[in-house]
Design a protein around this ligand. Structure first.
Ligand code: NAD
Ligand code: WQD
Length: 336
């Protein structure tokens, strides 16, 4: 891909920061807009430490359309990767307006600014959550979509807004990327996921519990129709996910249009398998106990990755062992 200037919303966040590194390493200039609601500006220094180049950081809210127009008119931005948003399913039930405002309102604001500035290339962070409880696995992109909480509903709405925009203005180049379960951290141990408060997701809770910072890991349910009874997911290393964005930008440069692509490994892994692998790779003991199912959880979820392979020429390269090793290294580096 030719080098250019990429605007990354939410670029100090977990997935955004890993993507910024790959973009900078590929020679692109990167502008990050983030309001730091769920991240720390120190990430920008760490990105520079890792790759020797620094993104331009602008603290701001994606709902601020004039700010985005200002950025797009003052810099030669050719494409936008839109990570900014709120992502906690449980929290979205408690503060739905915040979720719709940030995720849906923020996306409309960004699209308006892009339209007004003549920038028509967008990579959007969607989620496997749009598949709801799938009738079968692996999940293909043409499976039915549904949502049972405001977070999922916001992703469905944004997907629909993007498809409506593309129908009315076919000149737009849009990739809707549906991530499965991102885990892991940069191999340097300098950046990773840093959830505020008690983590809801498996890997950050597991690492914090193993480090003695939390009580035992609750394994939610052992009576699912899965090989060992625990929930099965498609965990994907964040570095592979980041790479998928570079592949999507590359693809859009050659093939105008709108694509919707799963980013997963295609492998289903149970909670107990994650625990066993984590213990083996890191030579440690994960404190856990089996408890009741978590309301709203599904039994099985993993991706059909053929479209990502065929269209984007992309596939995940990191193993579950890599994910466990890098997650633990990141946890330990945070404790100094
Ligand atoms: P994250 O919270 O680490 O990153 C999101 C970033 O957006 C944060 O830095 C936050 O400060 C910023 N932000 C929030 N509201 C903003 C606003 N109004 N204006 C500007 N910046 C704002 O989350 P992440 O895991 O990196 O997720 C990135 C995207 O990927 C999100 O859209 C999320 O819904 C999606 N996604 C995440 C997962 C996952 O499990 N991590 C899975 C599927 C999809
Ligand atoms: C994984 C597995 C749990 C925590 C969420 C969002 C989804 C997407 C990815 C954003 C399940 C089990 C978990 C714990 C456990 N995010 N678990 N003990 O629920 O698959 O997906 O993140 O788009 O929208 O819903 O991820 O990491 O919470 O759970 O046993 O303390 O681990 O039951 O089987 P989930 P998760």
């Amino acid at each position: 891909m030719d080098t250019s200037t990429i605007l990354v919303t939410g670029g100090t966040g977990y997935i955004g920061s890993h993507t910024c590194i790959l973009l900078l390493e590929a020679g692109h200039d990167v502008i990050v807009v983030d309001n730091l609601r769920n991240s720390d500006v120190a990430v920008i220094d760490r990105i520079e430490t890792i790759c020797g180049r620094r993104p331009l950081f602008i603290e701001g809210d994606v709902r601020d359309t004039p700010l985005l127009e200002d950025i797009l008119s003052n810099h030669p931005v050719t494409a936008v990767i839109h990570f900014a948003g709120l992502k906690a399913v449980g929290e979205s039930v408690s503060i739905p307006l915040d979720y719709y405002s940030t995720n849906v309102g923020g996306s409309i604001s960004l699209l308006t600014a892009m339209q007004n500035s003549g920038v028509h290339t967008l990579v959007f962070s969607s989620s496997c959550t749009v598949y709801g409880d799938p009738a079968s696995v692996p999940i293909r992109e043409d499976f039915p979509r549904s949502a049972t909480n405001p977070y999922g509903a916001s992703k469905l709405m944004i997907e629909d807004i993007l498809s409506g925009l593309h129908t009315s203005e076919p000149g737009w180049q849009i990739a809707r990327l549906r991530y499965f379960n991102p885990v892991g951290a940069h191999e340097s141990g300098l950046i990773g996921e840093d959830p505020i408060g008690t983590p809801n997701n498996l890997m950050p809770y597991l690492t914090q519990a193993t480090a003695g910072l939390r009580g035992e890991l609750n394994v939610f349910g052992s009576d699912y129709e899965t090989p060992d009874g625990t929930g099965v997911r498609d965990y994907i290393h964040v570095a592979d996910l980041a790479n998928g964005h570079v592949a999507a930008l590359d693809y859009l440069e050659k093939q105008p249009g709108m694509v919707t692509v799963n980013l997963g490994t295609g492998n289903g892994v149970s909670v107990l398998e994650v625990i066993r692998t984590f213990e083996a790779v890191n030579q440690c003991k994960v404190p856990y106990r089996i408890v009741d199912r978590r309301p709203g959880d599904i039994a099985r979820c993993w991706a059909d990755t053929r479209l990502a392979n065929d269209l984007l020429g992309w596939k995940a390269l990191h193993s579950l062992e890599d994910m466990c090793r890098d997650s633990w290294r990141w946890q330990q580096s945070q404790q100094g």
